[in-house]
Write a protein that binds this ligand. Structure first.
Ligand SMILES: [Zn+2]
Length: 376
C-alpha cells in the first residue's frame, strides 16, 4: 500500500513538474533583430489605437528579457515612457481582473471583478466608446478568451471564475475580431450543454478553430478559438509564429476598407503564468514572443502614420530580481521573492500618433482614460 501511495505521488509530480520546478538561470538560444521606427510629428489625432498588455511584466522582467535578447527590445524603441500604479479598490496588490478593468474601462474596482463596479454595475470598456463612434474593435491573446484581461474589454461579471458565463458574453459585445484559446469554455467542457462557438457562428461570425484555418479568413467578424485552454507556450517551440500571425491577420482585416479606424487589445497573457511558476526560461520566452509582436505592430503603425501604440502591464508578478548575466551571451541569473503578484509600479511605453501625452507617474485607470480620450 505504501509503495502504491508513493507511486501515485511520484506520478502526480511528473504531471506537474513543468510548473513545479523553479528555474532561475536561462540563456536565450534565439535572439532576434529589433525594429527601427520614426516617431511621427506631435499633435496628431490617432485613427487607430493598439493597446498591448504584458500580463505580469514589470521593469525587472523587461530588463531580464533585454539581456536575454543581447541588449535590445522592440518595446524600448517607443519614445514616450512613464509608470503606472496598479493597486485596486480593495487591495494594494491587484489581480488581473481588477487591473484589467482599470485598463479597459478607466475605473478601478475590487479584486476578481470583470468590468463591474464593487456594487455590481457594468462598467463600459473603451471598446463600447469605439463602437459608438463607428470604430471596429479586436482582441488577440494567447490565453483563454475568458481569462481576466481580455474579458474586461468584452464581458462583465462580479466573479472572474465564472468562465462559462463570461465566455457567453462574447455573443453580445459586438467585437469584430477575437483570437485566443479556451475552447473548453466555448464548447468542449461546458456544463450547461451550450455550444457558444456554434452560437457565435450563427450570429454571423466567421469561426476558426486552428491557427492555419484563421490564416484563410477574408472578412470580419472573426471568432478564432485555437486551443482548449492557453495556446502552446513560447518556450515549447510549438507556438512558432502563431501570435504574430494572429496579430497580422487582425490588423489586415480591421484596417481593410476602414475610414473610421479601430481599437484593439493584444495581450502577452502567459508571461504571468510562468512568473507564478518562478520559471525564468519560459517567462523570458513569453516576453520575447510578445516583444516580437510589438516590433510587428510598430512597423505597421509607422507605415500607417495614424496609429497610436501603447504597451504596458497589468501588474508585476513574481517579484523577480536580475542578479547577474551576460549581455553578449544572452544569459541571465534571477531570483523570485514570491509566486504571486506584488504592488510595484509598472512601466508604459507609447509610440505613434498622440504618443507624446503618455508620460509621468499615473494611475492604471488614468492610462486608460488618456487612451479613451483619443476615441472620437
Ligand atoms: Zn497572475
Amino acid at each position: 500500500m505504501k509503495f502504491m501511495a508513493l507511486a501515485a505521488v511520484a506520478l502526480a509530480m511528473v504531471g506537474c513538474a513543468e510548473k513545479d520546478t523553479k528555474v532561475t538561470e536561462y540563456t536565450c538560444p534565439t535572439p532576434y533583430e529589433t525594429v527601427e521606427v520614426e516617431q511621427p510629428a506631435k499633435g496628431k489625432q490617432p485613427k487607430n489605437i493598439i493597446f498591448m498588455i504584458g500580463d505580469g511584466m514589470g521593469l525587472e522582467h523587461i530588463a531580464t528579457a533585454w539581456v536575454a535578447n543581447r541588449g535590445t527590445l522592440n518595446m524600448e524603441k517607443m519614445p514616450y515612457v512613464g509608470l503606472q500604479r496598479t493597486y485596486c479598490l480593495d487591495w494594494l496588490v491587484t489581480d488581473s481582473a481588477a487591473a484589467g478593468t482599470a485598463l479597459a474601462t478607466g475605473e478601478k474596482t475590487n479584486k476578481g471583478q470583470i468590468a463591474t463596479t464593487p456594487e455590481g454595475e457594468d462598467l463600459q470598456s473603451m471598446f463600447v466608446k469605439a463602437q459608438e463612434v463607428g470604430k471596429r474593435t479586436g482582441v488577440v491573446v494567447v490565453c483563454r478568451l475568458n481569462d481576466a484581461t481580455p474579458a474586461t474589454f468584452c464581458c462583465h461579471d462580479m466573479n472572474r471564475d465564472e468562465a462559462e458565463s463570461i465566455t457567453a458574453d462574447y455573443l453580445e459585445c459586438g467585437v469584430d475580431f477575437i483570437a485566443g484559446g479556451g475552447m473548453n469554455y466555448w464548447r468542449d467542457e461546458r456544463t450547461d450543454g451550450r455550444d457558444i462557438f456554434a452560437e457565435i457562428g450563427e450570429k454571423g461570425y466567421n469561426t476558426y478553430d486552428t491557427a492555419e484555418a484563421l490564416m484563410t479568413a477574408e472578412e470580419l467578424p472573426v471568432a478564432a478559438v485555437l486551443a482548449p485552454l492557453e495556446l502552446p507556450s513560447a518556450l515549447s517551440g510549438e507556438r512558432g509564429d502563431m501570435f504574430r500571425n494572429m496579430t497580422s491577420k487582425a490588423l489586415d482585416l480591421l484596417n481593410e476598407d476602414n475610414k473610421e479606424g479601430f481599437v484593439m487589445m493584444i495581450e502577452g497573457s502567459c508571461i504571468d503564468d510562468w512568473l507564478h511558476a518562478n520559471r525564468v526560461d519560459a517567462a523570458v520566452e513569453e516576453i520575447l514572443d510578445f516583444d516580437r509582436v510589438v516590433g510587428d505592430v510598430l512597423k505597421w503603425a509607422e507605415k500607417d502614420g495614424e496609429t497610436l501604440v501603447v504597451v504596458t502591464a497589468d501588474h508585476n508578478t513574481g517579484a523577480m530580481t536580475l542578479l547577474a548575466g551576460n549581455i553578449a551571451e544572452g544569459s541571465v541569473v534571477v531570483d523570485f521573492a514570491n509566486t504571486g503578484h506584488n504592488g510595484a509600479m509598472v512601466p508604459f511605453f507609447a509610440y505613434g500618433a498622440g504618443a507624446e501625452v503618455f508620460d509621468g507617474v499615473i494611475e492604471n485607470s488614468e492610462l486608460s482614460q488618456k487612451i479613451s480620450a483619443f476615441i472620437k
